[in-house]
Design a binder for this molecule. Structure first.
Ligand SMILES: NC(=O)C1=CN([C@@H]2O[C@H](COP(=O)(O)OP(=O)(O)OC[C@H]3O[C@@H](n4cnc5c(N)ncnc54)[C@H](O)[C@@H]3O)[C@@H](O)[C@H]2O)C=CC1
Ligand SMILES: O=C(CO)COP(=O)(O)O
Length: 314
């Protein structure tokens, strides 16, 4: 595919914003501008020449960022990429739904995949997914980020793509607990395999295609995040299993572990829409100090016996 030079503004100067900026620089025709809320430049000036903006802020930064952009008269051709993995506590909406609601005429593209930023920063090879209802916009973003170290796939299920990345953070906390308690590979395999239908149940209820969860943004990100101490969500679970307090773990992390907020929002959503989320429920009880890590394991093991594929209707 012929790449046309693009002007890109990345919003968010955290770990992921910086990594995405470096990835886009591999294609030397791109002009990259990085903006964060601490920048001296105004946001208006930072996006004045942009063809594409990438929001790489954490969930709590999504609405404030949108509000800032709404004060600016942005062009309807500006492509908005969202790279946030979270759920909105007020509405339970995904970031792309919030962006689309705020800018109904702009193309919205989700970027999500197994992309631990520390590995990306080292220049190790990785792959990701860009997903949109607007395939031209997704192709533009694909060509911006593709390089010899970053392989970018297209997809047309943005909700499924971002929910894979969002829901696996809850499971990564459980995986950290599993490893922290040294429960073994059998237990870890059982946990992750049973997590996938749980993620698919939530996803399909929210309008995602089940097959998206078997791709890079679902199963791929589940494997990366649940098996690496580089994952902050995994480290939350690991720390809890070591008897550390949640507040202390979060202070020591010093950056965002979205799974904590996502678990709370997910349980709210699951209650309202009557979706069975047994693993997320135990993570919720653990994060909220209602049970110990050992009790969470016992609760999962003591669940009613059932057929393996009872709860999947595809
Ligand atoms: N670090 C990683 O490996 C990856 C992270 N992500 C996702 O990207 C998002 C950002 O993650 P990181 O950069 O790693 O987190 P971080 O903690 O390093 O940075 C958070 C960013 O959000 C911004 N932010 C936070 N609250 C804000 C507010 N109220 N208003 C405006 N901006 C605000 C901060 O200024 C900062 O730029 C998260 O949703 C994360 O799940 C996705 C893929 C990989
Ligand atoms: O989403 C990620 C990897 O794909 C990053 O995981 P953590 O947010 O748990 O560090």
């Amino acid at each position: 595919m012929k790449h046309k030079a693009k002007y890109l503004t990345i919003i968010g100067g955290g770990l992921w914003g910086l990594s995405l900026g470096n990835l886009a620089k591999h294609n030397q025709e791109n002009t990259i501008n990085l903006w964060s809320r601490n920048s001296h430049e105004t946001l208006e000036l930072a996006i004045i020449r942009a063809d594409v903006i990438v929001s790489a802020v954490s969930m709590k930064g999504v609405r404030p960022t949108i509000e800032k952009l709404q004060e600016i008269n942005i062009s309807e051709t500006l492509i908005i990429v969202t790279a946030t993995k979270g759920l909105d506590p007020e509405t339970t909406h995904t970031p792309s739904q919030i962006w689309q609601g705020a800018f109904p005429h702009n193309p919205i593209v989700v970027l999500s995949g197994p992309n631990l930023s520390k590995e990306i920063q080292k220049g190790l090879p990785a792959a990701t997914v860009v997903s949109s209802y607007n395939i031209n916009a997704a192709e533009t973003v694909q060509s911006i980020f593709s390089s010899d170290i970053f392989r970018v796939y297209l997809n047309n299920d943005p909700i499924g793509t971002e929910l894979g990345g969002t829901l696996k953070n809850v499971i990564a906390i459980a995986a950290g607990v599993c490893d922290g308690l040294q429960l073994g590979i059998n237990a870890k395999s059982a946990l992750l395999t049973r997590a996938l239908p749980e993620m698919i149940r939530v996803g399909t209820e929210l309008g995602a295609s089940p097959e998206t969860f078997f791709g890079l943004s679902g199963l791929g990100d589940l494997m990366a995040t649940c098996d690496s101490p580089l994952s902050r969500n995994y480290r939350v679970g690991y720390g809890l299993a070591q008897g550390q307090k949640l507040d202390q773990i979060l202070i020591e992390l010093g950056s965002t572990a979205e799974g904590v907020n996502t678990t709370n929002v997910l349980i709210d959503l699951a209650k309202k829409q009557k979706i069975a989320v047994p693993i997320a429920r135990q993570v919720y009880r653990l994060l909220n100090g209602k049970i110990t890590p050992q009790e969470a394991v016992q609760s999962l093991m003591a669940r009613e016996l059932k057929s393996e594929f009872d709860d999947l209707d595809f």
